[in-house]
Each structure stands twice: as C-alpha cells, then as structure tokens.
Design a binder for this molecule. Structure first.
Ligand code: ADP
Length: 906
C-alpha cells in the first residue's frame, strides 16, 4: 500500500481514535473493578458487578457472564429479590447475545417467577418482554406476542406508561419481523406517544429510533428524518455516543435519499467524527464510503476521490495491530521518502535557479542593448516626427478653421445677398438696375455654389461623409430632380425626360441625399451644356436578387459633348473642358469630382462616353439593397377651403399680413355683421383686449414677442373673471398631434387648421358663443384637393373666391407672397446649413399659411412632411431633399405668379 501525507494523517487519526476509545472503556472498567475490590456493601457490589457485566458485554461475553452470575449469587445471599431478578435478566441477555436461547429463556422465566412471587408487576412485565424477545429470536412469534400482550395488560392494569410503551415497542418489533409493516408502525407510534408522557430519556431515545426506522421502511422519509433527529437529541442528552453515531449515519442517509446533499454531508461527517471518537470501526469505514458517495452525487469529484481513498485505505485493515504495523512502516517509509525527496528537490531547485539566473542575465543584456539602440533611433525619429506632426496639425487646423469660417461667415452673408436680390427684383426697377441686380444675383449664386462645392469635396476627402442607409424611392427622387430642373429646361426650351425601369424595386436602401446630389449634378450639367434637344435620366435594372439590385444610372444629353482628349481629366477638381466653357457656362469644375467621389463611396465607378458636338452620356452602376417591410410615405393632399363666417366681434391675432388680409376678406364676404380688430402679436393682443370687448379671439400660435400659448395663458390667468372667459380659438397650420392638447393646456377652447374653413369656423364660433355648448368641438383638418392645372404649381381659385375675382386684391395677395416667401426660403436654407431644425420647423410652418392661399398643394405636402420629420426627430437627409423640392416649387410659383401678374396688368 502506498502512503502519502494525507494517508499518514488519516492513519494517525484512526489509530488515535481507537486508542482513545479503548482507553476510555478500559479506564471505566478499571475504575469499577478497583471500586469493587474495595467495596464492602454487598448491595453495592451487586450493582457494580452488574455494571461491569454490561460494560464487558460489548467485548468479552465470558467476563460479562461471570460478573452477572456473581451479582446473582450475591443477590441470592442477600435475598434481594429485585437484584436477583435484575441479575437473571442480565444473565438472560448475555446468553441471548451468545445465542444460548434455552438458557436465556430459563433465566428470564426465573426472573418472572421471582417478580411474580414478590408481586412486582412492573418487573414481571419486563420479564415477560424479555421472554417474548427470546421467542421472537427463535421464531416463535405466537408465544412472543403472547408474552408481550401479557406485559401490555400488566402495564394497562397498573397504568404504567413505561410498561405499556415497552410492550408496544416489542409488539412493534415483532410485527416488523413478521413483515406486518403497517401494524408495526402503529405499535411504534403508540409506544412513542406513551413514552413521551414520561421522563425516561433513554427509552425515549430508543423508541423514537425504532419508530424513525419504521418510517424509513414505509418510505416516509421526511417524518422518519424528524423522528430520528428527536432520537438523536435524546441520545445526546444521555451522552450515548454509539447510538448517536448510528443515528447520524441513518439521518445522513435519509438526507441523501431526499437529495439534500449538504445536510447529508453534515450528518455523515458527524457520524464519522463520532465513530472515530469511539473507535467504531465499521462506521468509520461506512462513513468514509458514504461521504465519498455524497460528494460524488454533489459533483465534487475531487473530494469524493479523497474520501474514497481513505475508505480504500482502511477497508482491508481488520485489526488495530495490523494498522499499527502499517502505520509504523508508513511513518518510516514516509520519513525516508521525505528525506530523499528533500535532497532531490534541493538539487532540482538549485539547478533551476542557476538556469533562470543565467537566462535572465542574457535577456537583461539583450534588452539593454536594444533599449540603447531604440532610444537613439527614437530620439532622432521623434524630432522629425514631432516637426511633421506639428506641421500637419497646424495645416489641418488652418484648413478646419478655413472651412469653419467659410461655412458660416461666407455662406450667411451670401445667402442674404441672394435673398435680398430676389426681394429687390420684386420692386420697381428700371432696366439698368434690373441688369445690375441680375449680375449681383448670379455672381452671388456662383460663389455660393463654389463654397458649397469646396466644402463638400473637403468633406469627402477628409472621409467625413458618412453614407446613410435609409429607405427611399428612386422614382420619387428622379421625379423631384425633374421638377427642380423644370424651371431651367423650360427657360432653355429643351426637354428633360426620365425613364425608370418598372422592374426597379419601389423602395431601396441608400443615401437619398447623396444619390440626389449625383444625379442632380449630372442632369444639371446636361441641361447646362445642351442648347437643343433633350436630357434623359435613365435608370435600368441590370441584376436583381431577393435582397439587392444592380441599377444602371445614366444621364444622356444632346448637348455640346466633350472632346476625346479631355474625357480623362474632366473628373479632376477645378477642371473644365476649356477656358471657353468657363466663360460661356460658368461653373467651378468641382461638380464632376464630387460626383465621382460620391459614386466611388457607394461602390460604383462613373464613366463617360461623349462625342463633341453630339452629346454625352454619363453612367455608372450601383448595387443597392432593397428595403423591405417599409411603406412609402405619402403626404396627404390638401383640400381647398370653401367657407363663410357668421356675425361676431372678433380679435384676430396673427403676425402674418397675408393671413390677416385673407381672413378679413373672408369675413367681409359674410352676410352677417362681423367686425374684426387686428393684433400683430401677443403683446398687442393683450393691450387691445384690455381696452376693448370682443366676443371671441382667433389666435395664431407662432408669433414674435409673445406667442399664442403664452397670450392665452395670460388672458386666462391675469384678467378678471367673466372677461377672462372669452372663447379663444387657436389657428394653426400644424397638422401634428399634440398641438391641440397644448392649446387646451394653455387655456384655449379649440383649434382650427389653416387655411381657415370659414364654414366650420363659424359653426365652432356659434357653438362656443352659445352657452351650454362649451364642450370642445373638434374641427376636422382641412383636406385639400388638387385643382392645379396641368403643368402649374399654383392654384389661385381660393384666393380668387376670397377676393371675388377682384384683380387688385389678387395682386395684393400675390405681392405679399412674393415679398415674404423668398426671404423665408433663404432663412430656411440657412437654418438647414446650420442644422437648426427648430427654426427650420418654424419656417416650414410659417410658409404653410402662404402656400395654402396660393393653392400650392405640392408645397404644402412638402412642408407638412418636413414638419412631421422634424417633430418626430427624424432629422434625416430626407429634409435636404425636401428643402430642394421646396426651393424648386417656390421658384416655379414665383415664375407663375409673376406671369399671372403680368397677364392681369395687360
Ligand atoms: P462645372 O460644371 O461646374 O464646370 P463639372 O465638374 O460638373 O464642373 O464639370 C467639369 C467640366 O466637364 C465642365 O466644365 C464641362 O467642360 C464638362 N462637362 C461636364 N458635363 C458635361 C456635359 N454633359 N456635356 C458637356 N460637357 C460637360
């Protein structure tokens, strides 16, 4: 057998336990024997002899018998019937242990007779039980039962609970032996109940042990555990270590059956500890074996193996002597081994140490040489690197500063110049002034384009352009481009066509702003360099799969074309075909560079085929992902207003003159006696409201100085009762949800949408002025139908109706539009460049009023869409496209309105 240190420890412990146990019992026996020698009282010697007999009965039955017999002899001498009966019982028990059943029976019967003779009923009952035990052992169940029942009767007669309990216990054991498990359990329960009414702890311990085990047999593990724990406690009280060992073992097993590994381990270890303490070898073995099993079921294989090793180690050791020899041998072997091992380790360690020190020294030397070299290199590189980095940083900083400066400082005044020029063009100018203005305007526009192009290119070069991947419709995008350029093509009298392959998916994923920029650039060039004929934007599907499509984009024109030798360079920055081009067509020579870079960014390559004097074809392929599960956004079409208004004294609060004038015209159209007072903002409204009485206030929401919400709040909170009850109706071009809620929260009674439907408004006013109808009435949003003539963007039918076809009034409205809208558009572009979405939203909202009156339904759709996007925080690039579209629609509308004006004046 091999020994390692843990074995050594284990054997030491095992040996120690045995020694301890022996020494305890030996000491006890020695003490008693010493006492016996010295004892002069016979009755005391009887008791000591009986005690010694009991102690020896665990080890040496012969000695045990001799002490019992000596006790009996002495009790006969002393004529103490009680001691005689007790001694006979002890003799009987030892004989039973020796399997001498006849002699045992004889002793117990003698004991019974003595008890009977002296009318000791309790003693007789005990004797009956012992006799029964012999019968039970030799398999005479009938007689055994008879004996137990006699004992029980005596117990009942004498009302002695102990006797009753012991009889029932024995009956239980008997039934258990013959296999009547249920009956047996009932006897045990009864016995346990009876003994629990007494103070007999040892019996309590024994009976609950039997009861617990009986529960185990009937598979009632939980109850069994509880009862056995009770028994264990009782054994603890009487310090019976052996039974505690057994009980802990049983309880540990029970917990394992109940799969409570932790408790199982606890009791198993207790059992093992106790077994080791009293040297209960069988349970030491069992303990190690079972603990190993519990660890195994817990999955702790390391510990399971450890305990199994202990178990294997002691399994074959039968005798302590053998153990001792093994132990000694082991100790010696171990010591020898240890010495050898130590020497070996020492040598190994010193070898390894030497090796490591050598290796470390070499590494250190190499490292030092390398560091020295690296340091020298680094310091020279560092100097150069630092200079280069500083330089690069400085120029980058300068470039960034320049761009920042250009983006804001140049673009803002330029926008203002462009805007103001447009405004100026609407005033009365003589021919010379008009010519100057045209030059200013086109130069400003050119600079603006240049600045924007430079910024774009710089951004692309810097890699600062992040392509979006959002769903959009190529068809819509191309249509928008055609609309944008319609103004130019009409002026040049050339045709701009688009052919879009039907097979191209409706919605694709990509960056609509950049795709728009590419096609617009090419188409714009096409229009610019074509004097006769047509420009065609063509999109065809080249390859299609479930998730993506390869699309061929081409922009063809019948324009001036490009000379062969220039075809290579036209994509370079600032390169135009010739100086003639610059002179004749203007431009920066940046558009194609940007386009090329953008196409490359999208994974394509732009190419050109061109014949001088005949035309050009710019084309490229793009692989684009198909958008799925997305529905196309369709802005609702607007419906024109058709209304009149009932009689009432109104305070109209609106900062927009066009709105105000239109409203007054609508009112004068009414047959009722309506008077309208005007306030241009909230502050004016409050002043007027203080000094006048009105029936109702119509309140615009977005106004300078004090907006509609604040004004309404002020009226409700600061004015005296009754006056502060005046109905307030909000007028808003907002179609968004939440606006009406906000209006109500500010104290307004309801809200109507612009352009005002006077019929519905009058209904609402009447309702609000009639008492009892102060419930809120929701006015449907005006829906607008498209009455536009083919090819025009404006529809003046509403304004005509309002003004009853009064030309003067119509021109007044048109002039108001022409004055304010271009300025707002420029502010809008500026806000977009600065990404100031709040201002952008406000401007879109403001423009909606004007668009509504001019029947600009397409513009209304765009503005509504823009507002929606901004409100929903979707500041996507779609907004850029919308602003483009807004710009082109406004350009067309200005054109159309100017020609309408001219016609009117003729
Ligand atoms: P820009 O148009 O501002 O001059 P571009 O980079 O867009 O700059 O174009 C570079 C040059 O390529 C143009 O100046 C022109 O000479 C030539 N070019 C581009 N498109 C066409 C076209 N469709 N037809 C003829 N020449 C073109």
């Amino acid at each position: 057998m091999k020994f390692n240190s843990s074995y050594l420890f284990f054997f030491l412990f095992f040996f120690y336990s045995f020694s301890l146990c022996f020494s305890q019992r030996v000491t006890q026996i020695n003490t008693l024997e010493e006492k016996l020698k010295k004892e002069s009282s016979v009755s005391a010697t009887i008791l000591i002899s009986l005690e010694l007999s009991k102690l020896y009965s665990a080890e040496d039955l012969e000695k045990a018998l001799s002490y019992a017999e000596s006790a009996y002899k002495k009790s006969v001498e002393t004529q103490s019937y009680k001691d005689q009966a007790n001694s006979l019982n002890q003799i009987g028990k030892i004989n039973m242990l020796n399997n001498n059943y006849d002699q045992a029976l004889e002793s117990f019967i003698n004991s019974l007779n003595i008890n009977k003779q002296y009318s000791d009923l309790k003693g007789a009952a005990i004797s009956n039980i012992h006799i029964g035990d012999v019968y039970r052992e030799i398999g005479d169940e009938k007689r055994a039962r008879n004996q137990y029942e006699q004992a029980l009767q005596i117990g009942m007669k004498t009302k002695n609970l102990i006797t009753q309990s012991l009889s029932n216990l024995s009956l239980g054991k008997l039934e258990d032996k013959v296999g009547n498990q249920n009956l047996s359990l009932q006897y045990f329960i009864l016995s346990n109940e009876q003994i629990n009414l007494t103070n007999e702890t040892p019996l309590k311990a024994e009976i609950s042990y039997s009861l617990g085990m009986s529960y185990v047999k009937s598979n009632q593990f939980n109850t069994a555990t509880q009862i056995l724990i009770q028994s264990l406690k009782a054994y603890e009280k009487i310090n019976d270590l052996k039974n505690q060992t057994l009980l802990c073992f049983e309880i540990g097993n029970l917990y394992e059956t109940l799969e409570d590994h932790d408790n199982s381990l606890l009791y198993m270890k207790n059992s093992l500890g106790l077994a080791e303490k009293i040297g209960y070898k069988e349970f030491i073995k069992k303990g190690y074996e079972n603990i190993s099993k519990v660890y195994e079921s817990k999955g702790d294989y390391k510990r399971a193996y450890e305990f199994l090793q202990y178990y294997t180690a002691i399994k074959d050791v039968r005798e302590i002597n053998a153990l001792e020899t093994q132990l000694e041998l082991a100790k010696k072997n171990q010591a020898l081994l240890l010495v050898e091992e130590k020497e070996k380790r020492k040598k190994e360690i010193s070898d390894v140490r030497f090796f490591f020190i050598t290796v470390l020294l070499i590494i250190f030397l190499l490292f030092s040489v390398f560091m020295l070299y690296a340091y020298r290199q680094k310091s020279s590189i560092n100097i150069e690197l630092k200079a280069a980095t500083d330089e690069a940083n400085r120029s980058r900083k300068e470039k960034e500063d320049f761009f920042a400066y250009t983006s804001h400082e140049i673009r803002t005044p330029l926008n203002a110049v462009v805007g103001m020029s447009q405004l100026l063009s609407g005033t009365h100018l003589d021919k010379k002034q008009q010519h100057y203005l045209k030059t200013i305007s086109s130069s400003a526009n050119n600079i603006l384009f240049l600045v924007n192009d430079i910024l774009d290119l710089a951004k692309i070069e810097k890699g600062a352009i992040q392509l979006e991947k959002i769903p959009f419709s190529l068809k819509d995008l191309v249509n928008d481009i055609c609309h944008t350029l319609a103004f130019k093509t009409r002026a040049k009298n050339i045709e701009l066509k688009s052919t879009i392959d039907e097979a191209i998916p409706d919605l694709i994923l990509g960056d609509p702003v950049r795709v728009n920029q590419i096609i617009l650039n090419l188409a714009d060039n096409g229009v610019k360099f074509t004097e006769k004929g047509q420009v065609i934007i063509e999109l065809s599907l080249k390859k299609n799969s479930a998730n993506s499509a390869v699309i061929l984009f081409s922009v063809k024109d019948t324009g001036i074309g490009i000379k062969n030798e220039k075809l290579e360079t036209i994509f370079d920055s600032f390169k135009q075909e010739s100086s003639e081009t610059t002179r004749q067509y203007g431009g920066t020579g940046l558009g194609l560079s940007i386009t090329k870079e953008l196409v490359q960014l999208m994974g394509g390559e732009i190419k050109v085929e061109s014949v001088a004097g005949k035309g050009s074809n710019f084309y490229f392929y793009l692989k684009m992902d198909i958008a799925k599960n997305v529905t196309k956004y369709n802005a609702s079409e607007t419906e024109k207003a058709d209304a009149f208004l009932s009689s009432v004294k109104i305070l109209l609060v609106d900062d927009n003159q066009l709105n105000r004038d239109v409203f007054i015209d609508l009112i004068s159209d009414s047959k009722n006696n309506v008077s309208v007072d005007i306030a241009e903002d909230g502050i004016q409204a409050i002043q007027k409201f203080e000094s006048n009485n009105y029936d109702i206030i119509l309140m615009d929401l977005q106004m300078p100085n004090m907006d509609g919400y604040e004004t309404s709040k002020h009226i409700r909170e600061k004015f005296p009762p009754i006056k502060n009850q005046i109905p307030i109706i909000a007028m808003t071009a907002h179609v968004l949800e939440g606006v009406s809620k906000k209006c109500l929260a500010a104290g307004m009674n309801d809200c109507v949408s612009k352009p005002i439907n006077t019929y519905q408004l009058s209904l609402l006013i009447n309702q609000l002025l009639n008492r009892g109808s102060d419930s809120l009435v929701s006015i449907e949003k005006n829906t607008k139908s498209n009455n536009n003539k083919e090819g025009t963007v404006i529809d003046l039918s509403m304004i005509k109706k309002i003004s009853k076809n009064n030309n003067e009034k119509i021109i007044k409205y048109i002039n108001l539009y022409l004055e304010s809208v271009p300025l707002d558009l420029h502010k809008m572009k500026e806000a977009l460049a600065e990404k100031n979405y709040k201002v952008l939203g406000e401007l879109a909202h403001k423009l909606k009023g004007n668009a509504g009156y001019m029947g600009l339904n397409k513009l209304l759709s765009c503005l509504e869409k823009m507002e929606n996007l901004i409100e929903n925080d979707e500041k996507s690039n779609e907004i850029v496209i919308i602003v483009n579209r807004v710009e082109s629609i406004i350009a067309l509308s200005i054109d159309e309105l100017n020609s309408y004006k001219k016609q009117c004046l003729i």
